[in-house]
Design a protein around this ligand. Sequence first.
Ligand SMILES: Nc1ncnc2c1ncn2[C@@H]1O[C@H](COP(=O)(O)OP(=O)(O)OP(=O)(O)O)[C@@H](O)[C@H]1O
Length: 620
Amino acid sequence: MTATTNAPASTRRDNVLLRFLRNPLGAIGLAIVLLVVLGAVLAPVLAPFGVTTADIANPFADPGGDHLLGTDSSGRDTWSRLLWASQLTLASAVLCAVVAIAIGLPSGLIAGYFGGPFDGVSSWSANALMSLPAIIVLLSVRSAVGPSVWVTMIVFGILLSPGYYRLTRTAVQSVRNELYVDAARVSGLSDARIISRHIISVVRAPIIIQTALIAGVAIAIQSGLEFLGLGNPSEPTWGAMLSEGFRNIYISPTLLLWPALAIGLTVGAFVLIGNALRDALEDLPKVRASRKATAAVAASGMTAGSLSGTASIAVEPEIAPTVSISTSSDPLPGVGELPAGDHLLEVRDLEIGYPAPDGGLTKVVQGVSFSIDRGEVLSIVGESGSGKSQTAFAVLGLLPSSARIVGGSIVIDDIQTVDTAAERILQKKVAPLRGRRISYIPQEPMSNLDPNYTIGHQLARPMVKLLGISRSEAKRRAIELLERVGIADPQRTFDSYPNEISGGMAQRVLIAGAVSCEPDLIIADEPTTALDVTVQAEVLDLLRRMRDELGVAILLVTHNFGVVADIADRVAVMQRGRLVEEGPVREILRDPRHPYTRTLLGSMLTGREPLTKLTEETTR
Ligand SMILES: Nc1ncnc2c1ncn2[C@@H]1O[C@H](COP(=O)(O)OP(=O)(O)OP(=O)(O)O)[C@@H](O)[C@H]1O
């Protein structure tokens, strides 16, 4: 667990810029490009002669006098032409990069994020484009449409677009299943917003680096074509000047030197910038993003931590807890007494299946029924693979696309979210509830925070979007929430990036995020598993306080009876996709009826005698 809570809050962009500027090669590259851009922009002021003004009486003049860098074969001023040519050369490089990005970036984003047929078609097209020999294509285009720098650069941009496509697609694929992207979905963000907020940030740096390099390549290729005499002779470019200098190398060798220097220095400068940017970004502290679950720690026997701070969050009226749970195959007492629609969440006879390799269906959740009201904690407990998470994700509407709801219903505050005919969750119904009415606390806090944004940004954004409040109000509430969840220095944490806080703090941040939009129901999936025992106690205490103070209902998924005993009002025990026993926690702990519940309870050590005398003997 990283514990750098005392580290000063820093802005990542400033860090990248500083690292970049501290790299002497990067700074030199930037200075050269800035000088060239300045020269191009100020050409009308700096150039003493027009682009075609010729001093016919003075061809091949040596540098000096009226002509700083001499004149060419027609008596045109070399310095002036270099300045004028820089405009066209730079503009053509920009055009090439813009075309390549405009095609490669969006197609890579869509293909990487959504996959499917678009991914297949676009990948095939990218491969086809990459297989074309660029120079042959450019020469063919030139002979077809004539010598135009702009057309050449547009075509070259199209030929370079697969590079951007592949870069973007690969980067997006590597993060689209990250937990923080799932968390963004849970918080109610649309795909467009997730892409613009969380996905684009991943590809931004490689795109900038690639663009620096592509700009250099575009200048080199464009100059090369002009040098070969394939450009438009009426347009001044460095390549055309290079060609002129090469033809007259024995008469005036410096004529070749100036455009060669301009091209070489500018292309080299872009390469230096690209490399320095890459180094600056690679030096950034690595963010922990382990997706593996850590081993479960027994939560029984923990001491409750303390909470500090206050916040002014709207509180739902607390309603006396009532929960009842059953399986359809083995109905439990009380199930029939629940009138439909009276509960905050009501799950009835839920059956979830996945297509099996033999063409059949493997049911992973079977006949599960339960309900939950505001202000109560219902814990679903069971061994790994018993169907706890599948049940919870069905309520959230976040099952994989291959999942089929083969039976049953889920009603959230009178809204039916299952389309039984289509065997699917009705996303139109459940998506508006996510983040606003139902929130989610995940198992691995670090992986659920986007490493590219500060904690404050990630807390405040959903509030701005879902509650419609101003940014300053969202910031104020976020800091209050951080204080409320027991974070000692809320302002510093607000400004920190996820890698600058500890795992326990990250879980507190996620709990703050879960209650930030004033939900009715929090689904917490093993919220303490990845934390050490002391922090587990504090997090459970925090959840209990949230329930008491906000009247929010909590559906707690766990495999740990210690956690159940600590926080839940009622417990439902799941085994192999079915609920096998349910009831008030005290009753179940005191008198478990189902053998599986007894086995689970038997695995707890707290309050039991050691199995051998070893402990006693060794401590004497
Ligand atoms: N995409 C899927 N395709 C097929 N089967 C799946 C899929 N996702 C989950 N399952 C199966 O569903 C069953 C229940 O999984 P679930 O994740 O709900 O278990 P769990 O009780 O939450 O376990 P854990 O505590 O380990 O997360 C498991 O047998 C699992 O293999």
